[in-house]
Every structure is written in C-alpha cells, then in structure tokens.
Design a binder for this molecule. Structure first.
Ligand SMILES: [Zn+2]
Length: 120
C-alpha cells in the first residue's frame, strides 16, 4: 500500500508534468535513482507518469532538466497523515482511483452481460 500512499500524497499527479492520471498510468520514480545510491524512503520517491518516468530514466531531475513540482518539505509529510487527510477530504474522489473498485465494476458488468447473452 506504500505505492498508493505516495500517489495520495502527490494527489495522483505526475510530479514532473503535473498531469493527473489514473493509478494504472502512474509509476513511482526515485528522485535520486536507485542505481546511484538513492534509497526507498518516501522522501526520495515521487509519483510520475509512465512517459516522464521513461524520459527521466536514470538521471536526477537536474540532469534530466525535469524540475520537481513538489517541494522537498512536501515530500517529508508523514504518509500516515496523508492517508487520513485524503480520506477525510476527498472520500468520493479517492474511491474512483481505487483500481480495485474499477476491476470490481468491470467484473460485475461482464457477469451481467454474460447472463443477458445466456438468456437471449
Ligand atoms: Zn508526467
């Protein structure tokens, strides 16, 4: 669930291009790449869309000339707090980003369609 918490902290926005995306289009990017000694702490990880993550690759934001939209202090917010705030402020909005819900809906729709076909 750490992945989801980071997404929540970053409000489901790519921290490089600023676009808001669904969970399936988002990735986690290590600000300082793992291969260069970056760690797995939340301060070193931001939400990035697939496109920006590929573009940034194994570089720092400075090297890639892709400045972060988030400030370092925003990254230091405790993830536990982020989750609570997110639930409190935007419960309805949060639900639609829960991809498990989306899959559930799809499953239900498929079952309904299958049933209808069976009857016809
Ligand atoms: Zn992006």
């Amino acid at each position: 669930m750490k992945r989801l918490r980071i997404y929540m902290r970053d409000k489901f926005r790519c921290q490089y291009c600023g676009e808001k995306k669904g969970v399936v289009e988002l990735t986690l990017d290590h600000i300082l790449p793992r291969s260069r000694g970056g760690d797995n702490s939340p301060v070193n990880i931001v939400t990035a869309c697939i496109k920006c993550n590929n573009r940034k690759s194994n570089r720092t934001p400075e090297e890639a000339r892709m400045p972060l939209l988030t400030s370092q202090s925003a990254l230091r917010v405790k993830l536990e707090r982020v989750v609570l705030c997110h639930y409190a402020e935007a419960r309805a909005e949060w639900r639609k980003y829960l991809f498990m819900d989306v899959h559930d809906d799809r499953d239900v729709m498929e079952k309904v369609h299958a049933e209808h076909k069976g009857r016809a």
